[in-house]
Design a protein around this ligand. Structure first.
Ligand SMILES: NC(=O)c1ccc[n+]([C@@H]2O[C@H](COP(=O)([O-])OP(=O)(O)OC[C@H]3O[C@@H](n4cnc5c(N)ncnc54)[C@H](OP(=O)(O)O)[C@@H]3O)[C@@H](O)[C@H]2O)c1
Length: 177
């Protein structure tokens, strides 16, 4: 039997579970002393497809002064309103679940779910996340954009690996259900 390829949520958060401040600031995260690239480039080699929420996409483009950093990968950005595709990105505004299932069934490397929290919520609700790799920053933000939303369902995970990159702790989980 051919197994579907995995969707991996690879993301960093504060210890209290926020991925950005309310005004989308990530300076607190970039200020953390890690080690090398904290395992990013070896993770990046394991994926060939990237899924991004529209707010995160806008943030990335602003942060990178208009450049898209994931060129050469198959990239999808999700929005509730139609938008014109770019050279590097396809915008998806409907039938997202069938598309994801189709992507999973194709041959290839793993699929990176970049976030943010709203898109992660959609994927968790649909039980479409297979792995979570979470880098915890030593910071309590108190408030901000949550990685995980309040929900009426549970997910069970199994811890596969922990690694320390100086001040970051990386937790790797497989999602069971
Ligand atoms: N710490 C980290 O590693 C990390 C990683 C990723 C992101 N971030 C940060 O997280 C923040 C954004 O997170 P967020 O939770 O506010 O937003 P998000 O998940 O990035 O994007 C939300 C938007 O995505 C679209 N969307 C989400 N679910 C959808 C669905 N089921 N169908 C169609 N469209 C859907 C909608 O776009 P429309 O509004 O266009 O309809 C929605 O408003 C940014 O500041 C970013 O920098 C941090």
């Amino acid at each position: 039997m051919i197994q579907d390829r995995k969707i991996v949520l690879y993301i960093a958060a504060s210890l209290d579970g926020y991925i950005a401040t309310k005004d989308e600031n990530l300076d607190w995260l970039f200020a953390v002393e890690g080690e090398g690239d904290n395992g990013y480039s070896s993770f990046y080699q394991t994926i060939d497809t990237i899924l991004i929420g529209r707010t995160t996409y806008d943030w990335i483009i602003k942060q990178e002064n208009g450049n898209f950093p994931y060129q050469g990968k198959e990239c999808y950005v999700f929005s509730s309103t139609p938008k014109e595709d770019t050279e590097h990105v396809r915008f998806i505004c409907k039938d997202i679940i069938p598309l994801i299932k189709d992507l999973k069934a194709r041959n290839g490397k793993k699929i990176w779910l970049v976030g943010g929290g709203k898109l992660v919520d959609t994927f968790l609700k649909e039980k479409l996340v297979d792995e979570i790799i979470l880098n915890i920053a030593p910071k309590l933000l108190g408030d901000g954009i949550p990685l995980f939303h309040k929900n009426d369902f549970e997910s069970s995970l199994v811890l596969k690996q922990t690694r320390q990159f100086n001040q970051f702790i990386e937790l790797s989980y497989e999602v069971l259900s």
